[in-house]
Design a protein around this ligand. Structure first.
Ligand code: FES
Ligand code: FES
Length: 172
């Protein structure tokens, strides 16, 4: 099986990973090759959203980045060559200040065992960058791809609404 180097942008820098097998998933690269275990593996079949990350690529107009939330467990690592990647480790500010999506989950107690939390946070982040609907998108649609087995949905929905309010305030 032929391996290949993949390159992508993360935290504003180019990451180059040599010898990546063609059947390696993005989730395996994140957790096993890069040691970024914040992104979780739940079902490994694209059903639970625990492995949600965000990808960005230049839009057709060449002026705007288009973002997409994806399940990294069913995304082959080679397919992100040339794209930008954000995982749950990448969205807080450099000074450690949490992203509003993270702050809202903390403030609303939206995490119980915590296993699903990175996936929900990334779905909230995806909405904040326009990858998963807009501020007006129904909450149920934003988290349609994320499962919480601790049945913590009420708190999570509170967090989503709080994050949306914070965004509306920031947008003026
Ligand atoms: Fe469940 Fe990826 S681990 S969707
Ligand atoms: Fe435990 Fe959601 S907090 S699975």
């Amino acid at each position: 099986m032929e391996t290949r180097t993949i390159r992508f942008i993360r935290r504003g820098e180019v990451v180059a990973l040599p010898n990546v097998p063609p059947d390696r998933t993005l989730l395996e690269v994140l957790r096993e090759d890069l040691g970024c275990t914040g992104t979780k593996e739940g079902c490994a079949e694209g059903d639970c959203g625990a492995c949600t990350v965000v990808l960005g690529e230049m839009g057709e107009d060449g002026a705007r980045i288009e973002y997409r939330a994806i399940n990294s467990c069913i995304r082959l690592a080679h397919s992100i060559d040339g794209l930008a990647l954000w995982s749950v480790e990448d969205i807080a500010n450099r000074d450690g200040t949490l992203h509003p999506a993270q702050e809202a989950m903390v403030a609303c107690h939206g995490s119980q065992c915590g296993f699903c939390t990175p996936g929900f946070v990334m779905s909230l982040y995806a909405r904040s960058v326009g990858a998963l609907g807009t501020g007006d998108t129904p909450v149920a649609d934003v988290i349609a791809g994320n499962l919480c087995r601790c049945t913590g949905y009420v708190k999570i929905i509170d967090a989503i609404e709080q994050a949306a309010q914070a965004r509306r305030r920031a947008d003026g």
